[in-house]
Design a protein around this ligand. Structure first.
Ligand SMILES: CC(C)(COP(=O)(O)OP(=O)(O)OC[C@H]1O[C@@H](n2cnc3c(N)ncnc32)[C@H](O)[C@@H]1OP(=O)(O)O)[C@@H](O)C(=O)NCCC(=O)NCCS
Length: 180
């Protein structure tokens, strides 16, 4: 069960009735530009919120004052378990960009990862074109430790060929983590 707080935010498990807030931003093409998958309709968001309410991998981020959901964080252990490595990801609602909410929430999740889950290492991948994402990672602070050329593709061109993109890899080790 996830229940983390920061100065302005609560980070908690998804609830099935979060689907509307999820739909508010997962229905926007621009939000998913650097993510696998397409925009989601209401039915898909209902299913997604329900599924996400049953695990700790996806966490809803809500404002403490209004309880409005501003986005979500993904934090999942990467195999093999004994390497104690987690992957971090995030998608926020553009209505709330530019307030530092994603940084504040991600930093709190890193603290949870290192102090409660006893993570040894946390990694994050992002497209080099996604400046707001890697700037966020550097604020946490995570370290850029790799530039993978043509690492993956999320869609194909009109001829059915994969549109490969590069990826930066960021990481932070337990011994690099300094809690505020
Ligand atoms: C990546 C994403 C979460 C970044 O959102 P964001 O709002 O820019 O990120 P932050 O919460 O860290 O906010 C940082 C901005 O708030 C400003 N800010 C205001 N108050 C702040 C505070 N207290 N602390 C930190 N930053 C603050 C910063 O100056 C920065 O603004 P700038 O980009 O104009 O320099 C968002 O663009 C997003 O969800 N994108 C779509 C999904 C996506 O691409 N996910 C990542 C895939 S790898």
């Amino acid at each position: 069960m996830i229940n983390l707080d920061t100065e302005r935010l609560l980070i908690r498990n998804f609830q099935s009735n979060d689907w509307k807030d999820l739909h508010d931003y997962l229905s926007i093409e621009e939000v998913l530009k650097y993510e696998p998958g397409n925009v989601c309709d209401e039915v898909e968001c209902k299913q997604m919120a329900l599924e996400r309410s049953q695990n700790d991998i996806f966490m809803a981020v809500v404002l403490r004052e209004t309880h409005n959901m501003v986005g979500h964080i993904y934090f999942n252990q990467i195999k093999p378990d004994e390497f104690l490595t987690w992957g971090l990801g995030y998608i926020f609602n553009p209505k709330y960009y530019g307030n530092g909410y994603a940084t504040e929430a991600s930093r709190r999740v890193l603290q949870y990862g290192f102090e409660v889950l006893k993570a040894h290492r946390v990694i994050a991948m992002c497209n080099p074109e996604n400046h707001s994402s890697w700037r966020l990672l550097e604020r946490l602070p995570m370290r850029r430790e790799g530039h993978h050329m043509k690492k993956a593709f999320f869609y194909r061109d009109n001829e059915g060929q994969p549109v490969w993109h590069d990826a930066y890899q960021y990481a932070i080790l337990a011994e690099e983590w300094v809690s505020e």
